[in-house]
Ligand binder design. Structure first.
Ligand code: HEC
Ligand code: HEC
Length: 236
């Protein structure tokens, strides 16, 4: 929770210092964001003439559909998210940069994430300068609601009861086959419990785009998610 608290304090200080309207329009500081982008630059280019490197170029990223380029070899996970309708607005960029695999399991973006909210705000303010007419992209408006994707440590610390998880799992195995992917439905066994918990909460908070999974996850309590993570995690 420490990070969350710090973010609230900083937000309070900012809104006290500037007119509310101006504050609402500002994502962060693009000049500082250019420095933060140094952490991305090993893999991504942005700006005039930017090309795909290890990662796709990031021109026009605001409002761009996830995994949009045919000439870049994306992971299956992010392609599926794109098919489900994931579009890079502020909320989803923020979630992806906080912890890429929360939003996209199996993403090829091998990056631990920017845990500091200010770093994310600043780098996104920097990237937004390379999107066409950013103010014409309503869903990318900087005032769009951002959802905190980092789970409080006490939620991550819940020890799931695998027997209870097994009991609950019959609701899941109508679609998810225990022995692997089937008909486009991904396998969910043998995952690290934390990844499983993060993915389920991302559906519950509707950060991940799939409506059926949003509904399934929306019915589960924190304890039930932990129990399912313990049960499916132990299966091989
Ligand atoms: C180690 C290399 C690496 C680093 C560092 C990295 N990325 Fe990525 N990034 C990738 C790869 C590879 C993909 C493609 C992901 C996939 O296929 O699942 C990607 C995908 C993305 C996408 C989605 C693009 C699309 O077309 O859907 C965004 C947005 C993104 N990265 C932003 C960033 C930002 C901002 C940073 C720095 C804070 C960063 N990345 C750091 C390798 C990296
Ligand atoms: C009606 C069919 C259906 C049911 C029932 C269902 N799921 Fe899913 N699930 C899916 C589909 C389809 C996806 C892929 C969604 C996507 O593209 O994000 C998915 C994705 C997932 C993922 C993410 C997989 C990945 O690779 O990113 C997890 C974790 C998951 N489901 C867990 C569960 C659990 C736990 C239950 C039971 C409480 C459950 N599902 C019930 C269809 C279902």
């Amino acid at each position: 929770m420490r990070g969350g608290l710090a973010a609230i304090v900083i937000w309070g200080a900012l809104t006290g210092a500037a007119p509310a309207e101006e504050e609402g329009r500002r994502i962060g500081d693009p000049v500082r964001g250019a420095e933060v982008f140094g952490q991305c630059a090993a893999c991504h280019e942005v700006g005039p003439g930017a090309r795909h490197r290890v990662g796709p170029h990031l021109n026009g990223i605001f409002g761009r559909k996830a995994a949009r380029f045919d000439d870049f070899r994306y992971s299956d996970g992010i392609r599926r998210a794109g098919r489900d309708g994931l579009t890079w607005d502020l909320e989803h960029l923020d979630a992806y940069l906080t912890n890429p695999k929360t939003l996209v399991s199996g993403t090829r973006m091998n990056f631990r994430g920017l845990k500091d909210r200010r770093d994310r705000d600043d780098v996104l303010a920097y990237l937004r300068q390379f999107s066409d007419n950013p103010s014409d992209i309503p869903e990318a408006a900087p005032t769009a609601r951002k959802v905190e994707v980092e789970l409080p440590p006490e939620v991550l610390a819940i020890m799931g009861d695998p027997d209870y998880g097994e009991y609950l799992s019959s609701e899941c195995t109508t679609c998810h086959q225990i022995d692997g992917d089937a008909e486009g439905i991904p396998a969910i066994i043998g995952w690290p419990e934390e990844d499983f918990v993060l993915a389920m909460h991302a559906y519950r908070r509707k950060i991940r785009p799939h409506p059926v999974m949003q509904m399934m996850a929306g019915r589960l309590s924190d304890e039930e998610i932990a129990a399912l993570a313990a049960y499916f995690g132990a299966l091989e």
